[in-house]
Design a protein around this ligand. Sequence first.
Ligand code: ASP
Length: 325
Amino acid sequence: MAKSTKSKGRRSAAQPTPNFHGHDILSVDQFNRESLDYIFEVAHEMRVLVERFGSADLLQGKILANLFYEPSTRTSSSFMAAMLRLGGQVIPINNVQYSSVSKGESLPDTIRTLESYSDVIVIRHPEVGSATTAAYYAEKPVINAGDGVGEHPTQALLDMFTIVEELGGVDGLKIAMVGDLKYGRTVHSLTKLLLDYKVEFTFVSPENLRMPNEILDAVKRRDHTYVETEAIQDVIANADVLYVTRVQKERFTDLAEYDRVKDFYVVDEELMQQAKEEMIIMHPLPRVGEISYAIDDDPRAAYFRQMRNGMYIRMALLAAVLGKA
Ligand code: ASP
């Protein structure tokens, strides 16, 4: 698939530069078309920078505290890589069981501690609203790297950046989200972020994993229509973007219920024969069976490129909140 460096969605020279300096990044609600264009423009520049030079010294002397209370591979390591590639340093806290959290330290005290050593804090935490709590106590910028089933704003930004980089823009696209739409925070954030654009939504899930009403209401309020279905076969032929998600085992209280739905969808070669030539398959990863390894070499499989885009978006965000974008 041709990778467009597109002009669609680019800001005009006359537009003022959105100012993120010193701001927290807690929710996709903070972004509009203009600020997204700006972040995507900076992320694109970061991509060019990494491809040409590998790294730069833009954030030299700055320190990121990377605080993860929940498992992570991509989000955690791409934030670290982003900071390191921009010349900054990282305090990584991935095993909170070995920190004072295991001694019963409260989130506000942990945040107060880390901000006294760092310039920006990234936090992933199992409770909805935890990043907002952290931001309340911190003077330094806080970036939400996933708060339970709530939001994952930096993932939504990298998802939309991937759509723009791969397909040249967002308006007019048919976007199908598939899988665990109830507990998957990435689809919640991405749907909200897309509301400013003219897209057609299809939500494909088993009955018990439907998109929450709160998100569906937001879609309706913004005069978008959507279709809900269980049948991926009815959707595949028209989709421009097939955004597949993992069933979020860790959010189930009843594991028998998880077992019933965990293999509901498998995107494989047979299904992909019905898809358009010019479309992309996305996945926030990790996958646990919902996308067959056999389609990894299909040019429409964008999930590894999407994953790499996470580093460029996080480079852009770190530079922006530290006043260096
Ligand atoms: N990595 C993504 C997240 O943290 C998706 C997932 O875990 O399924 O939400």
